[in-house]
Design a protein around this ligand. Sequence first.
Ligand code: HEM
Length: 512
Amino acid sequence: MAVLSTLITSLPSLSNIILYAFLSLVVYIVFDIVNQLFGPKDAKQPPVVFSWIPFMGNAVEFGINPIQFLQNCQKKYGDVFTFRMVGKKVTVLLGADGNQFVFNSKQNLSSAAEAYNDMTKYVFGREVVYDAPHSVFLEQKRFIKAGLNTECFRQHVPMIVDEVTDFFKDFKKPTGTFDAYHTFGSLIICTASRCLMGKEIRAGLDGNVAQLYYDLDQGFQPINFIFSNLPLPSYRKRDEACKKMAELYSSIIQRRKAENDNTNADLLQALMESTYKDGTPVPDKHIAGMMIAVLFGGQHTSATTTAWTLLELAARPDLIRALREEQIEKLGSLKTDLTFENLKELTLLENCVRETLRLHPPIFQMMRKVIAEKVTFEKTGHEIPKGNFLCAVPGVTQVDETYFKDPLKYNPMRWIDLDDPVHTMEAGDDADVDYGFGAVGISSKNPFLPFGAGRHRCIGETFGYLQIKTIIATMIRMFDIELEGKSVPKPDYTSMVVVPEKPANIKYTWRE
Ligand code: HEM
């Protein structure tokens, strides 16, 4: 008994444990601060942004307003610097040269797969995109790009018009308001499913497909980038949804094959007819994975771009008038059917979408992970060590007055007036490079890169523009619109793409 009592009294009390833990934390924080201020530094490496909290680093400032944070760092450290975020070291390379360095980095030096696959493999499934060897992924990109062709686009335009008309039938009142991001999220999933995913998925949207999509989407949040796998219900549901989605696609493919149903103008059909270079037909699970990747590549990006465009237009009645006049002048009237061909003539409309993508790029930064011992940014001589993330930030470059006059102003005319320095900049000579899915089409040195550049460049740009332009062109025929609030909302950076901060309501009035 005496021994037991001595043991109990010699054990540290709970308050002592808390005290020790607190003191250890303080020592750790102080040590980290002293180390940042006075510790040894490798002069060849980029300057490191100071942070008060070890491990978390600058995550909070970055999370609240990354553009502001990076602009502040740029003023202090220049175009190249490293910041710490939740245990990761991110080296930011700003400006046209920074873009070129990150986007043109060789495959054996830095890798997008190493940066993204921990998150994407659970949503897209295995052996596709970043979970496939890079050469196979490039083949997969080629299949998808081939399926997004002019012949299909011709059929897509009336389908999109049809979906928009049908969607807004639910707006029964002569006038009312709607939340821009939520509304276009719901509309784009209908248009993209109809054009790309196939009629079967479109038909299933009212039921189980929407739930599967939702569960997968919960696996595509910023937290998943930091913690790819946690024992939480959202992670479990994500894994189940990925499996069920693959089974669903497999059953659709089998039915189409069995019934010889092969006249569909959708991407699913194109992938079913593709074959790898070595002659292997594309397995059903690869097709399913690519379809999920396309859905995620295009869904939030297109929804937020449409929302921002309509919000910017709602604040500018002069532009809406000009857009209607453009349709009357180029197409004859506001009743002429929209087509793939006549949409190309609506240059002001195109420039409105382009200007939205400049000011509100849905993906404002793109990452690669250094896999070589180090990479050297020749322009400044900085060496970036293995394990660091390289980060190009078109979202900062696109509002930099070095390249754009009055950069914070929404001015679609800048794309035809050619006053901005960006039009006289010397571009790199890498726009014609073909990594295996056709010429990339834009130099990685361009300061305007909302679709990225180089081997990871977006292949959905043409479809993206087509979809957004068709929706806006149709909507301005149907409605007069105004902002409900006083000004265009601020950006909200807390999700994977940059969305308008709530409330982001648009007031509509049916025309005629
Ligand atoms: C890649 C943006 C629509 C499919 C990218 C990248 C960006 C981007 C910035 C490069 C990512 C990186 O370098 O890390 C956008 C925007 C869109 C859009 C702003 C619409 C406004 C679409 C659509 C599709 C799509 C509609 C599918 C039909 C892809 C694919 C990649 C990609 C497959 C390749 C990823 C890689 O090679 O690593 N997109 N995208 N995107 N996007 Fe898009």
